[in-house]
Write a protein that binds this ligand. Structure first.
Ligand code: GUN
Length: 294
């Protein structure tokens, strides 16, 4: 069993980006610049956004964090998006999801300039991804594809089962895995809350990507020997023995399934750090697009 070290791989790629930034930004007026908008006080979102911003500093990007109170209106947020769209000093930006219930996420996503949509959530970019055209790939699926690639995990012709059909992870990763590309060319089944006899699919899977948000859901009797498990879940569960009072676990029951796996991503330290790295890669690409750098 190989534990896929997303943290180490992410650091390697960040080093590569930092070297490239150093090389190309010397001849430009400014370094790449990522902005992040955080609305409300969801503690997990605050941690994710902080990671994104501090990663920027480490690799020589400029970053801006725009923090807004929970009661921010949709109109106020749309105005922030419009300003970021217009700001020539910002290469890309993200609006951290989920947003407070009174804000329509689709309206916000649609308002983002696709050329600055480094999350790859805008339908223009999502459509390009589906057709295999160059675009910003959504950060988490992009991170997963990079992991599969750098660990040389063969998925061509394999049975891949994706659990969860969110716009952020399940749906785009199912498209990327099935695309005629490398990595890709897999036979993909997308399972969700209405799938009947889910175990029948998971037991036949060569690769499982699980993004359900249910702690320790996937058990040993649901998978076959030699399976590859990519665990996207980041769930906080109570842990009175810890100082913080909680710990993070994935959607797969790691201790149970790991002995049966050929490869598995841990939580934390698996997919999470790769998501951040992909966002940085997209921001660098946006900067290169702006300054017409090859
Ligand atoms: N919430 C969970 N994952 C993501 C992500 O990749 N981008 C944004 N903007 N919000 C998220």
């Amino acid at each position: 069993m190989t534990r896929i070290d997303g943290k180490a791989l992410s650091n390697t790629i960040k080093g590569e980006i930092a070297a490239e930034v150093k090389r190309i930004s010397m001849s430009q007026q400014r370094p790449p610049h990522l902005a992040a908008v955080l609305v409300g006080d969801d503690p997990a979102s605050a941690v994710y956004v902080r990671n994104k911003v501090t990663s920027c500093e480490k690799i020589g990007f400029e970053s801006t964090l725009i923090k807004k109170r929970e009661s921010t209106t949709e109109e106020e947020l749309l105005e922030i998006v419009r300003e970021l769209n217009e700001d020539k000093d910002v290469d890309g930006f993200i609006v951290q999801l989920p947003l407070p219930k009174h804000i329509n996420e689709h309206r916000i996503t649609l308002a983002i300039d696709p050329n600055k949509d480094v999350d790859g959530f805008h339908p223009t970019n999502f459509g390009k991804m589906a057709q295999g055209l160059p675009t910003f790939l959504p950060a988490t699926p992009f991170g997963i594809m990079t992991m599969l690639d750098r660990y040389n995990i063969e998925i061509q012709g394999k049975n891949c089962v994706v659990l969860g059909r969110s716009n952020i992870v399940g749906t785009p990763i199912s498209i990327l895995l099935s695309r005629k590309a490398k990595p890709g060319n897999a036979t993909v089944t997308l399972c969700h809350s209405r799938t009947k006899n889910l175990e029948e699919y998971t037991r036949k899977a060569d690769v499982i990507v699980i993004a359900l948000g249910i702690p320790n859901y996937l058990k040993a009797d649901m998978v076959k020997e030699g399976v590859v498990i990519i665990d996207v879940g980041i769930n906080r569960i109570e842990a009175p023995e810890r100082k913080s009072g909680y710990k993070l676990v994935g959607d797969a029951d790691f201790d149970e399934v790991a002995p049966k796996c050929s490869f598995i991503t841990p939580v934390p330290g698996g997919v999470g750090p790769m998501t951040v790295t992909s966002l940085l890669t997209n921001t660098l690409q946006s900067y290169k697009n702006t300054f017409k750098i090859q």
